[in-house]
Design a binder for this molecule. Structure first.
Ligand SMILES: NC(=O)C1=CN([C@@H]2O[C@H](COP(=O)(O)OP(=O)(O)OC[C@H]3O[C@@H](n4cnc5c(N)ncnc54)[C@H](OP(=O)(O)O)[C@@H]3O)[C@@H](O)[C@H]2O)C=CC1
Ligand SMILES: O=C(CO)COP(=O)(O)O
Length: 331
């Protein structure tokens, strides 16, 4: 059998981890990064110099590119792994024909700000990608633990179960277990919303709250996510599964979570700009909370945690005052 040709778009930690996983299998990876020096470094030394630099990349299976139109040539699968806020900029070099007939995999746990669309909805709108072409990579999995080859689980969601099963096969390896699921939009929304909750957990941690309070916050958050999903995309789903509850837990509690770290800085008194400057990675929840809050103005679902995070980050409300008010609403 000829190896599967896969283009991975994005040069950050998750793109690097996905490439590490995929290259355990029979694939050829065309890797697009925006930074020319990074691509050159990878070609010479087989390491990404700025993200997960300890990971060795397979010299024969992984080929870096800086021209996106060239990177997508000949691939049957495109994996998108840039933060949602930059996707429209990055993909502006491509045309609808570049997506035709391919499996389009979103590894992005964020929305497209401004348009307030899930990445899959945005690709359908702007590039005519049909719903059954999509897969979404979900589940509790930090790139840093993939780099350490710690046992992880991923869920591959697609409305086309066969497509999900095929891609799940390519993402399965010694240290990663995978399973398919058909709740494409539910999984995508949940992945976006758990980042908002992790921000809230971080803010509370920064303010000095402990584990007792965080457990209440997270369990209330799961109910908030359920209320929202039941309205925006009703579907038979088991929210106790690892693609939903599992991802909420790892992001809320892990030392590796960028969203939690960002929130913690806000709770300790950093401004949004100084917290962003301090982190060299992207906290998707910052963009997501604005999108979800704006979407919810139409649906008016009861979402006190999302509202509190939005008010703190976008209306410069005092974290202590907002969380004091939120405290009274949790059960
Ligand atoms: N890290 C993780 O464990 C996981 C991440 N994800 C998701 O993967 C997606 C990608 O995140 P991740 O790889 O972690 O991000 P990182 O924070 O590790 O990297 C950020 C990436 O965004 C790029 N970037 C920064 N600014 C711009 C810009 N203005 N225009 C274009 N690109 C820009 C950076 O480019 P440059 O290379 O030039 O610095 C870099 O490639 C996110 O949606 C995240 O939620 C999902 C699961 C796990
Ligand atoms: O989605 C993730 C883990 O499953 C990554 O979360 P952070 O972006 O907060 O690090």
């Amino acid at each position: 059998m000829t190896p599967e040709v896969i283009t991975v778009i994005g040069g950050g930690s998750w793109a690097t981890a996905i490439i590490r996983i995929l290259s355990e299998n029979d694939v050829r990876i065309r890797w697009w990064l925006r930074n020319r020096q990074d691509a050159e470094h990878i070609r010479k030394y087989h390491h990404n110099p700025r993200y997960l630099s300890g990971v060795t990349l397979h010299p024969k299976k992984v080929k870096p590119f800086t021209r996106l139109s060239e990177a997508v040539k000949g691939a049957g699968i495109l994996v998108l792994a840039v933060p949602g806020a930059f996707i429209s900029d990055v993909l502006s070099q491509l045309r609808p024909e570049d997506f035709a007939g391919k499996t389009i995999v979103s590894a992005i746990k964020g929305m497209v700000p401004g348009e307030n669309l899930l990445v899959t909805d945005w690709l359908e709108k702007h590039y005519g990608v049909s719903q059954d072409q999509f897969c979404v990579i979900a589940g509790p999995c930090h790139a840093e633990e993939v780099a350490l080859e710690k046992q992880s689980y991923l869920t591959i969601a697609s409305s086309d179960r066969e497509r999900a099963t095929r891609f799940a096969g390519l993402m399965r390896c010694r240290f990663v277990n995978t399973h398919p699921l058909t709740d494409l939009y539910g999984v995508e929304y949940c992945a976006v919303m758990k980042n908002i909750v992790a921000l809230a957990c971080g803010i509370c941690h920064g303010l000095g709250f402990g584990d007792n309070f965080q457990a209440v916050l997270v369990s209330n958050a799961m109910q908030e996510i359920k209320r929202f999903l039941d309205v925006i995309y009703p579907y038979y789903r088991d929210l106790m599964g690892s693609a939903y509850l599992g991802d909420l837990l790892v992001t809320s509690y892990s030392q590796f979570s960028r969203n939690r770290t960002f929130g913690s800085m806000i709770g300790k008194g950093y401004s949004v700009t100084s917290a962003q400057a301090e982190m060299n990675m992207v906290a998707e929840g910052y963009y997501a909370v604005k999108s979800i809050d704006e979407i919810n103005r139409k649906y008016e679902v009861d979402m006190p945690i999302t509202r509190a995070v939005y008010t703190i980050l976008y209306e410069k409300a005092s974290p202590a005052t907002e969380i004091a008010q939120l405290k009274e609403l949790l059960t």
